[in-house]
Structures are given as structure tokens and as C-alpha cells.
Write a protein that binds this ligand. Structure first.
Ligand SMILES: [Zn+2]
Ligand SMILES: [Zn+2]
Ligand SMILES: [Zn+2]
Length: 759
């Protein structure tokens, strides 16, 4: 019997063809496997029915760990069997290039980990051990097709031993482009912070000893440098905070093992699955009652970001020291992309670290760690990058045109929408200066090449002054592309709709700031959106509140609190009492604020983030924001142990959910209840109020689905409270699971509106 099988998904460059070969040979099947031009794989099988059935079963059940199958089609063929053996047909370069899907980086697999620890193995203790199932991919590929000469492994010609494995179809390093050994592969080295060799015989173990003793070491990973330090010693962490000008922003941890993670954090089954997955993201975990690592790691937060080792080097860092975890934070100077080159690292990080643990393989593409957290049993990305990028988000429909979305300004990514695939770039960061702008340009261009995309339009934010808007205008002009501007919160909802393939939704969008169609600051919106439409309807929002001093107010949230409270009560004395600690210019500033509030031309915002900021300030939880989202994160951390003591009913005036009474009530009760209970009550009021308003509007326009998106949708408490309200009314409640709800998902929404909207 003969059958043709077409497989689509991420099936090229992940050891899929060798796997097909081995499976077919084992089952006594003949014929061939070859890559198809549309990034899929075609398999022709000849043999017994039973063997073919077994093959098809293994295809899905035993596929290589990095392979992602989107679709399998089977076509029985007539005619006689023609082949006597099974072969892998090498396709032409042109065919290999077409619409290829580059796999993301993948953590060291168990087979390689076992070899790393087997003294008789030729790759025993070799930090860069990889195989066809594991190792860096996206971060080493310079161009297609994915062959060694097109990667940064091209500087390391294979030795006889590696070559033999590379050429043996039965070996798991068959066609593994990253194959290397201590003889022929990349080498590690340890230097001082000035780049002088320390002359260590075992640089990785020496670095690990230094870390354990209290040194700060820059460690080169797959997609860039980490700065590593002890997780129990205060001194190196205080030094790190001082030199990185990072007073409170949490540091991520790398733990030696899952057991180690469980010794200081709570881990549910979904979190465990993510921690140990080949993508190895940083997972935000609740600290447990035994948390005894340094308080400097995640000050005043109930959770901590943790990842597991993802390379041979990382495992080696832990295997001869007792430390349960090290701090591992991205090595990027403020507002700059992550450092990836050795000479650049010496220049930029030399003043921060004591030592460098280098290796001599270049990084082609920088790629930060992914950050995620789990809501119940759902994955909620804060940042989607290493281990995920550039795997596409699969859409159910094909876009009308190929569009590139350039995103917003903070936590940015870009996105290329090509037919039914949306390729999100790695995390680019805050695009506010020359360096991040050029990183965005370079990453986008690279992604366009890798995906062989013929872009026809460029989508960007509505904000006239964003760097990305400016770049989009430039690109549109240079290339003759159509320019499509998408309102920020519309883009958030469009991303959510694309992810879940829904045609119509009422979306609750909560974040810090987005430029509204009226030019004012939006951020607590209820929008009705339809696929195929260029626009949206704004059905509701949070009460517009004064934002005194714009960006200064987001830094010092008491200003926001003052603006809101003074509408109802006299807060002059209260503000004066805090002038010394919470306002950089003390009493003079407070007086100025009070006089400015009497005028009527204070800009207004509907942002949910600002309401959370104000509540945190009133409760004394956070009066100066030193990193993005700090006040809101700390408010959530305080709220998790609270209960609703205010029991406020939502007050809706026209389209707006009142927030003044909420904050006045918090203010007046601040001595009557605990901070935890008041913080929780704030969450309850906002979540229930917005959800009820959205449900009312959805029912009104006959829409059965309500979604929650925007940066504040990573807040587990808000998401849970909203879900309860929406589902209790019999409506479907959607949140993001494949892309960030925050601004890392905006580029996808822009591209989708550009690709499906009626332009
Ligand atoms: Zn492996
Ligand atoms: Zn070798
Ligand atoms: Zn946003």
C-alpha cells in the first residue's frame, strides 16, 4: 500500500527528517521524506498497512521535542510499490528557503545532560554539548537555509568524530548543525573585569566557585549575557543594585533543580511544566513560607522570577557548589538592548562585574529570557522571547496582505503577518533611543528574511511621537508600503482576537498608557471590535482623572492620588505631612500641586494603571516608582492576602466607571482596615465594575465573548475576579495565552488589523 503524508508546522531544522527516516526504517517502510517549499515536510510511504498505521501514530506521539505539528494530511495513492528502501531527499536551496520556519532555541535535552555527566563520554563536562533535539537555533542563524555554514558555528569545523556522527542517519546528531566537542567546538574562558585571563583549567567551575563566594560574574548564554551573583549574600546584590541604578526592580533567579525551586517557592503542575519545558522561561512563582534567599532579590513582592538551567554551561555552574540558586539578570544597561558581543560586554559591563565567563561562539541574534506567570492553569506571558521566538502564532485565516507591525514604545516587539502565520520577534525592549531603535530595525529585517516575507504594508501606533511611528513612516516612504496606524488599545484587543480566532468581542483593555483617538491618555477601556474592520467602538472607560505633571505623576503616584482625592476632600494637610519623603522638592512642590489642581486644564487619563498607582500611594505601599509597573505589582502583592472590606457597588456615570469614590473610600478607611484588605478591595471594585460594564455592553450588542487584555491583564487577581463576573453571566471570557497581554503583543494586533482590516 502507498500513502502520501504532508506535515506542516515547525518541522524543518528540528531533526524531523532523521526522525521520520529512523521510524520508517524501523517499521520496514520504503520511499522518502523531503522538505516542502511551504516549510512543511512530504513523506511518501510504501509498505504494510499495519506498519503505516504505526508510523502515523509515532509521527505525533514520538516526534522530536522541538517539532511542532500544525497539520497532517494523508492521501492514499494508487499504483504499485516502487521503492526498496527509505531515503532522505535533500531539496534545492531555493526550495529550502521558501517560507521556512526557524525553530526557537531549546534547552539541553536529557540525553545530552546524561552525556555531559558521563566521565567516559567524549563530551563529558563539555559546556556546549547539543544534539539535533536541543541547543541554540534562532540565536545562531545568520541566514537560511539552516546549515552550519549559515550559523555562527561556521567558525568551528567538525573534527572526525563529530563529522561521523553528523553524517550517520542513525545517530541523534545526524545533521545537527550545532554538533561540537571539546576538540573542535567553542571554548569557554574566565577573565577579570578588564578581560585578562584568569588562567583557570576549568573556567565554568571556577566561575561557579567565585559566584558562590560572593563575586559578580557576567555569564555568556545563548542570546546574550547574564549578570550572575549569589542569591543568599546581600553584599554582591547591593553592589549590583548600586551599579545598575536599580534600587528595587526584582532580579530573576536560576535554580539548580526543580527540588531547589520548590525549597523556596510554590510550584503548581502548570508552573512545573513551564519551568522544565525546552523553552525554559523565567516563571513568576509565589514565594513560599520557607523563602530564605536574600530580600534584595524581589523586595516587597510576593513572587519571584525563576528559571531552570538551559545549557550545559548552566548545569555545570551548579554541580560542585551547594547554592540552590543564583541571581541571573539580563545584562542590559538602562534602556539598552541586552549585551551580546564579548568586546561590547567588556566595555559596558566591566564596571559592574568582577569576572567574565566568556565563550568564543558569536551570538547572531540577541534574545532575552522569556518571562511568564501562571493564572490558575493558564500561561500568561509578560515577555515572549528566548525559547518561543520566532515560532509563529498560527491563525485560522489567511491575511489579505503581508504586514509588518512595529509595536508601541515600551516592552516592544515587532511582528510579521504572512498569510496564516504571525511571526513575533524576540523582546526588543523600550524603543526610546538610537540603540533600541536600530535593534528593532535589525530584528525586524532579519525576521523578514528568515520568513521570506514580501511586506506590503507597515502598521504602527497612533501616537505621533513614538519612535516606532516615526520609523514606520520612514519605511513606508522608502519601500512604497501602505502605512496603517492602529490605536493602541484596539491593537491589544486585535491581538487577543487573533490568538483565539474570534470574529467579534467586547474587550476590556487595561494598561498604563495608550494614545487615544481624541489625543488623550487612555488605559482603562471597553472596546467593541470586529475582525475585518479597520475601526472599533469605545463603549466604556474608567472615569477620566487628572494627571498632574504627566510623566512626573507616574513616577510619584501621590500626585495622582492628590488630583483625585482633592475633587472631594481637602488633602492639603495629608500631603504636607508626606512632603519630605514622597516629593523630591518637598513643601514647595506640594503647594504648587495644590494650586495647579484648582485650574481646569490638567490633562486627564482613563488609565487603570494610574488608579492602582494612586491606591498604592494612598496606602503607603509605593510612593516612588523606580521601575515600570512597580506600584501596581506591589499593590497586588499586598492584596493577595486580603479580603473585600469596602464592598462598594460599582458607580457608572454614562460610559464611565467611577473611580473617585473608590479612592476616597480607601483614603477614609486607611486607619480602619489592613492594607491587605484595602488593596484587595480596590482590585475587587475595579475588576467587578469593568467586567459588569463589559457584560452589559456585550449583551447590548449581542456579543457572546468578553476579553481581558493590556499590561494589567498579567495581574492574576484582576483576571480571576473578572472571569467570575463574566462567566457567571454565561459569557465566554478570553485572556492571552500565546502572546503577552502587555505591549509585547501590540505589534501582533497592529499587523492583524493591517492584514485583515478593511483598508
Ligand atoms: Zn540534546
Ligand atoms: Zn568534535
Ligand atoms: Zn498597552
Amino acid at each position: 500500500m502507498r500513502v502520501k503524508v504532508n506535515v506542516s508546522g515547525i518541522v524543518q531544522g528540528v531533526g524531523f527528517r532523521p526522525f521520520v527516516y529512523r521510524t520508517a526504517v524501523r517499521l520496514g517502510l520504503a520511499c522518502y521524506v523531503r522538505n516542502r517549499g511551504d516549510a512543511g515536510v512530504e513523506i511518501l510511504l510504501e509498505g504494510q498497512q499495519e506498519a503505516i498505521d504505526g508510523f502515523l501514530r509515532d509521527l505525533t506521539e514520538r516526534k522530536p521535542p522541538q517539532a511542532q505539528i500544525h497539520n497532517i494530511t494523508k492521501t492514499p495513492l494508487s499504483g504499485k510499490n516502487q521503492y526498496s528502501q527509505f531515503t532522505i531527499i535533500k531539496s534545492s536551496e531555493a526550495l529550502e528557503n521558501l517560507g521556512s520556519v526557524v525553530p526557537p532555541d531549546s534547552a539541553i535535552c536529557n540525553d545530552c545532560l546524561r552525556e555531559l555527566r558521563t566521565p567516559s563520554d567524549p563530551r563529558f563536562d563539555y559546556f556546549f554539548i547539543t544534539c539535533v533535539n536541543c541547543g541554540p537555533r534562532f540565536t545562531i542563524i545568520e541566514r537560511l537555509p539552516y546549515d552550519r555554514e549559515n550559523t555562527t558555528m561556521n567558525e568551528f569545523p567538525l573534527c572526525g568524530f563529530c563529522k561521523k556522527e553528523y553524517e550517520d542517519p542513525a545517530n541523534r546528531r545526524f545533521h545537527a548543525q550545532t554538533v561540537a566537542c571539546p576538540l573542535c567546538g567553542p571554548k569557554a574562558s574566565l577573565t577579570t573585569n578588564r578581560g585578562e585571563s584568569v588562567g583557570a583549567a576549568d573556567p565554568v567551575r571556577e566561575a561557579s566557585k567565585l559566584l558562590s563566594e560572593g563575586s559578580i560574574v557576567a555569564v555568556k548564554g545563548y542570546g546574550g549575557f547574564h549578570i550572575a551573583a549569589s542569591a543568599v549574600k546581600e553584599t554582591p546584590l547591593l553592589r549590583l543594585r548600586a551599579s545598575k541604578h536599580r534600587s528595587a526592580k526584582p532580579f530573576a533567579l536560576m535554580a539548580r533543580s526543580l527540588e531547589a525551586v520548590k525549597s523556596f517557592a510554590e510550584v503548581n503542575p502548570k508552573e512545573q511544566e513551564l519551568l522544565t519545558s525546552p523553552a525554559r522561561p523565567i516563571v513568576l512563582l509565589n514565594k513560599n513560607s520557607n523563602f530564605n534567599l536574600s530580600t534584595q532579590i524581589a523586595p516587597e513582592l510576593h513572587n519571584v522570577g525563576v528559571m531552570m538551567p538551559y545549557s550545559g554551561m548552566h548545569y555545570m555552574l551548579f554541580d560542585r557548589i551547594p547554592d540552590q540558586a543564583f541571581v541571573m539578570t539580563s545584562a542590559n544597561p538602562a534602556n539598552q538592548p541586552i549585551v551580546k558581543d564579548n568586546d561590547q560586554a567588556l566595555k559596558i559591563l566591566g564596571g559592574t562585574v568582577d569576572y567574565f565567563l566568556f565563550h568564543n561562539r558569536q551570538i547572531a541574534q540577541r534574545c532575552d529570557d522569556t518571562v511568564t506567570r501562571v493564572h490558575g492553569d493558564r500561561n500568561a506571558f509578560l515577555r515572549r522571547s528566548r525559547g518561543y521566538a520566532p515560532a509563529p502564532i498560527m491563525l485560522k485565516q489567511k491575511a489579505k496582505r503581508c504586514v509588518v507591525g512595529l509595536g508601541g514604545e515600551l516592552n516592544n516587539t515587532s511582528c510579521i503577518l504572512n498569510r496564516d502565520k504571525a511571526f513575533l520577534s524576540q523582546h526588543v525592549g523600550d524603543v526610546e533611543n538610537v540603540e533600541t531603535r536600530s535593534f528593532l530595525q535589525q530584528a525586524t529585517k532579519h525576521l523578514m528574511r528568515l520568513t521570506n516575507s514580501k511586506v506590503e504594508a507597515v502598521a504602527c501606533d497612533l501616537h505621533p511621537k513614538f519612535t516606532t511611528t516615526n520609523l514606520a513612516q520612514e519605511l513606508a516612504e522608502q519601500n512604497g508600503w501602505q502605512l496603517i496606524q492602529v490605536q493602541h488599545h484596539h491593537a491589544h484587543v486585535a491581538a487577543l482576537m487573533a490568538e483565539h480566532n474570534v470574529d467579534e468581542i467586547v474587550g476590556i483593555v487595561c494598561d498604563g498608557y495608550g494614545y487615544g483617538v481624541d489625543g488623550s491618555a487612555w488605559g482603562g477601556e471597553i472596546l467593541h471590535c470586529e475582525r475585518g474592520s479597520a475601526g472599533f467602538r469605545r463603549l466604556g472607560y474608567l472615569e477620566p482623572q487628572p494627571l498632574l505633571g504627566g510623566d512626573v505623576a507616574t513616577r510619584y503616584p501621590l500626585r495622582i492620588a492628590a488630583g483625585i482625592l482633592s475633587k472631594e476632600i481637602d488633602v492639603a494637610d495629608w500631603l504636607m505631612r508626606q512632603s519630605a519623603n514622597s516629593f523630591p522638592h518637598g513643601e514647595i512642590e506640594v503647594k504648587l500641586i495644590l494650586s495647579q489642581l484648582k485650574t481646569h486644564d490638567v490633562p486627564k487619563t482613563t488609565s487603570l494603571g494610574r488608579i492602582l498607582d494612586a491606591a498604592a500611594a494612598i496606602l503607603g505601599i509605593c510612593c516612588e516608582r523606580t521601575y515600570e509597573g512597580e506600584a501596581a505589582m506591589k499593590l497586588e502583592s499586598v492584596a493577595v492576602k486580603g479580603k473585600d472590606v469596602l464592598g462598594l457597588a460599582s458607580v457608572i456615570c454614562g460610559k464611565a466607571l467611577d473611580t473617585t469614590q473608590l479612592l476616597v473610600s480607601v483614603f477614609e478607611n486607611r486607619d480602619n482596615f489592613s492594607k491587605a484588605d484595602l488593596a484587595y478591595s480596590v482590585h475587587v471594585y475595579l475588576a467587578k465594575g469593568l467586567a459588569a460594564l463589559a457584560v452589559e455592553k456585550a449583551v447590548g450588542c449581542g456579543v457572546g465573548t468578553v476579553g481581558f487584555t493590556g499590561g494589567a491583564a498579567v495581574n492574576a487577581l484582576l483576571a480571576r475576579l473578572m472571569r467570575d463576573v463574566v462567566e457567571a453571566q454565561g459569557l465566554r471570557f478570553l485572556v492571552h495565552e500565546s502572546v503577552p497581554s502587555g505591549d509585547g503583543g501590540v505589534s501582533l494586533g497592529q499587523a492583524v488589523v493591517g492584514g485583515f482590516g478593511g483598508f
